[in-house]
Ligand binder design. Sequence first.
Ligand code: FAD
Length: 371
Amino acid sequence: MYDYLIVGAGLYGAVFAQKAIESGKSVLVIDKRKHIAGNVYTEKIEKINVHKYGAHIFHTNDLSVWNYVQKFAVFNRFTNSPIANYKGEIYSMPFNMYTFNKMWGVVTPEEAASKIAEQRKEIIGQPKNLEEQAISLVGRDIYEKLIKGYTEKQWGRECKELPSFIIKRLPVRLNYDNNYFNALYQGIPIGGYTKLVENMLKGIEVRLGVDYLENKDELDMLAEKVIYTGAIDAYFDYKLGALEYRSVRFETEVLDKTNFQGNAAVNYTDRETPWTRIIEHKWFEFGKDENGNDIPKTIISKEYSSEWKPGDEPYYPVNDEKNSELYNQYKKLADMENKVLFGGRLGEYKYYDMDQVIKAALLSAEKELSK
Ligand code: FAD
C-alpha cells in the first residue's frame, strides 16, 4: 500500500511526489500519456529539445521557487524577446523604443510618448469593446499593426466584438528593454524540461500509459490518498456538464537549414497569415547541442489558435462567468472527496504559469505532509 497515488506526472504531480518522498512517504505516480512532464514535455529531435505542447519559458519573481527548481536542472540565460512580423515589417515586442522608432521614426522617449498620447485621444469616454480599449491604451497604429490581427486569430472573433476587459493593460516601455517578462529570474533548463521532471522523479515509481479514471477502483486500492491533477469535470464524469477550454494546434517541421528566423518566437500579427506565431525551438538553447556544437538542422512549430471541443487537448481554461460557476460546483463536490486532493491546471481549472503551479504544489505538499 502506497501513502500516495499521484495522478499526473506533470509539474504539479512531480513536485508533490518529490516532496512526499523527501518526507519518507511511499509514492506511485501514474500518467495516461506515454511520457512524463505533462505539458512542459520536451522531446529531443535532431539534437533539439522540442517543446511539444507549446513554447515554455520559465520565469518567476519567487526566489523560493527559483531555488527549488535549481536543484533539478541548470538553467541557461534565455530571455524571452519575441518579435512581431507584420506583413514583412519586423517590430520589437513588448512595445518599446525599438517598436516606436520603427513605427514612427521617433527617437526620444518624449516624442514616442506624445505620439501615443495624440493617437489615444481618438477614444472618448469608456471603451466599448477590445478595439476601443486597445486604441485608448496605445493608439491606432500599434493597434492596427501589432494587436488587431493577432488577437482576432487568437479568439476567432473581431476585436470590435470582443469585450474590453480582455486587455486590461498594454505595457508601453519608453526604453530599449526587450525582455518580455517582468521577472527577476528567467531561463530554460539546459537539456529540456523532461530532464528537469525526470530529476524530480528520481527514485520514484512511475507507470505510464495508465488512465486513472479507467482503472479507478483498482488504483484507489493501492494507496491511502490520491493526488489528482487531471481534469476535475472528467473526475466526476462530466455530470454537471463539461468545462470549456481554448485550444492550440501545432504544425511542426524539421528543416534542412541552420537558421529559419533567428529568434525563438516570431508573432505574425496580420490577420491573413493563418498561424499566430512560429517557434524555432533551437534558439531556446542558443542553437547549440549539449556539447556546445552548432546544430545543422532546425525545427519550427507553427501555432494555430483553434476552437476546443470535447476530446481535444485542453490548453487554456476559459475563465468566464459560466465556466467559473460550473467549476465552483465541481469544487464543492471535490471538497467532499476526503481521500482525494485536486491540484494543478486541470484539477483546479486555472491558468497557472509553471512557477505558480510549482508554488501551489509546494504549499499543498507542505500542508498535507505536516499532518
Ligand atoms: P499538466 O502538465 O497538464 O499535467 C497533468 C498530467 O495529468 C498530464 O500529464 C496528463 O496526461 C495527466 N492526466 C490527466 N488525466 C489523467 C488521468 N485520468 N489518468 C492519468 N493521468 C492523467 N508556463 C510558464 O511558466 N511559461 C510559459 O512560457 C508557458 N507556456 C505555456 C504555453 C502553453 C501553450 C500552455 C497551454 C501553457 C503554458 N504554460 C507556461 C503553463 C504550463 O504549461 C503549466 O503551468 C503546467 O504545465 C501545469 O502543470 P500541471 O502539472 O498542472 O498540468
